[in-house]
Write a protein that binds this ligand. Structure first.
Ligand code: GLU
Length: 441
């Protein structure tokens, strides 16, 4: 609510959030936004034509004139957009990140929303696409996520799918930094999902003119409510234009840029679909088809936390492996160079990784090899040095990203016996390994 006085003036003039107004004497035109919880009740929040939201102090001389009514309905029923018959039901699980942040008009700093339904106030167009029930699972930056949060999200998704046979899809808002780890974890934990499970986020908060929050949320909602892609994936900008979002398989997605809106890429894969803001969906890859929801889905939730992701580089010290042996780790994924190398025969004997890796494998630790090239496939045969490592028992992880291999190994060790886990590490379970590497990917 705005201040009593502003509310009275708005209602006298029959002005509602979403209406286009002109504010005098400032001469500013824009749409009235619902008041954010954190700002002063005497500050009117207006969305300008360029997308920026600004706060205007309401002074005694301030006058508001309605130019036209809202393009979109602003009706909210506490936890979500009020139900419209015929629109598909989707659930939105809020977990934090920039997509759930706004500028505080008093301090100018970005803060995380306390009430996630405020996100819907920011994107009223969603009310035309689906009936959305929002829930706040937690509100954290994604760098603070651990496997405990992955498990909480997986449990909630399973409950929603098990208890709502009419649910068309699920959108999860998430910080972008580690969204691809969560997407991999959910892909393995949930196994075959019957409906779309769509992670989305934003690189820039919803108050910035260049924010990607609105389009990403709209596109994710289109995928969740009307695509027939029953997979876990990430839906974010496909290019820095506002033309399409890409829906990328959860185990093949990776954040590739610190700030660009098209930060996520499909690695060694193509996006499953491109989707426009108006809801056109173009299928661009194979995918698992939507099924009707029937019965329980039983996630495999366990995760072995004692798995490490270790990077090899010139002059790197292999005693990092001995550190993990001592710490009783169960698995190590190495991010090797090129086709999957670690130093094995350099002039500095103490910098050769062979002995440490052998000690780890002898101690029962599963050691997997990926490539820091990110794109392409590892290969244990091309060079003698590679054959030395694979001869020790290092598992070459095909074309998996290091992050996906890391998540997969933690999940395998949590849910299966060690021998099975070792065998499954380089077998495809959730789209994480493609049999062939295609040139254009
Ligand atoms: N580092 C924060 C996170 O990943 C903010 C970045 C973002 O949401 O894009 O949650």
């Amino acid at each position: 609510m705005y201040s009593k006085k502003i509310d009275e003036i708005l209602s006298e003039n029959k002005i509602m959030p979403g209406d286009l107004v002109k504010i005098e004497p400032d001469g500013i035109t824009g749409e009235i936004m619902p008041k954010p919880d954190s700002s002063d009740s005497c500050i009117l929040v207006i969305k300008l034509k360029n997308g920026y939201n600004i706060g205007i102090e309401f002074r005694p001389e301030t006058k508001i004139k309605k130019i036209r009514g809202a393009d979109f309905r602003f009706e909210f029923s506490g936890e979500g957009i009020s139900e419209v018959a015929g629109l598909p039901d989707i659930a939105l699980i809020y977990t934090g990140g920039t997509i759930g942040s706004k500028v505080d008009y008093k301090t100018g700093g970005v803060y995380m929303l306390i009430k996630p339904e405020e996100l819907l106030h920011e994107v009223p167009e969603l009310s035309l696409i689906a009936n959305i029930k929002v829930e706040n699972l937690f509100s954290i930056a994604s760098e603070d996520m651990t496997y405990t949060e992955w498990q909480k999200i997986a449990v909630r998704i399973s409950e929603l799918i098990t208890n709502n046979k009419d649910l068309r899809g699920i959108v999860i808002t998430h910080g972008t930094d580690t969204m691809h780890y969560t997407a991999s974890a959910l892909s393995f934990m949930l196994g075959d999902v019957p409906i779309p499970v769509v992670l989305t986020g934003s690189q820039r908060s919803s108050d910035r003119g260049s924010s990607d929050a609105f389009m990403n949320l709209v596109c994710a909602t289109h995928i969740a409510s009307k695509s027939d892609i029953a997979e876990v994936g990430i839906c974010m900008h496909n290019s820095s234009n506002d033309d399409f979002c890409a829906f990328i398989r959860g185990t093949k997605a990776r954040k590739m840029h610190t700030s660009r809106r098209d930060a996520f890429a499909a690695v060694n894969d193509k996006p499953m679909a491109l989707v426009s803001q108006s809801g056109d969906i173009e299928i661009t890859n194979g995918y698992k088809k939507r099924r009707s929801i029937g019965g329980q889905i039983k996630p495999r939730l366990e995760f072995e936390g004692k798995v490490a992701l270790v990077k090899v580089y010139p002059n790197s010290d292999p005693s990092i492996i001995d550190f993990y042996i001592e710490k009783k780790y169960a698995g190590i994924i190495i991010e090797g160079t090129g086709l999957g190398h670690a130093p094995v025969s350099g002039s500095h004997e103490e910098l050769r990784w062979t002995e440490s890796i052998k000690r780890a494998i002898d101690a029962g630790i599963i050691v997997g090899m990926t490539s820091q090239c990110i794109f392409g496939r590892t290969n244990p045969y091309v060079y003698r040095n590679l054959r030395i490592l694979s001869g020790l028992g290092v598992v070459y992880c095909e074309d998996m990203t290091p992050e996906t291999a890391y998540v997969k190994l933690g999940w395998l060790l949590g849910n299966f016996k060690k021998d099975e886990a070792r065998k499954m590490l380089n077998q495809n379970l959730a789209g994480e390994i493609k049999a062939r590497t295609e040139f254009e990917e």
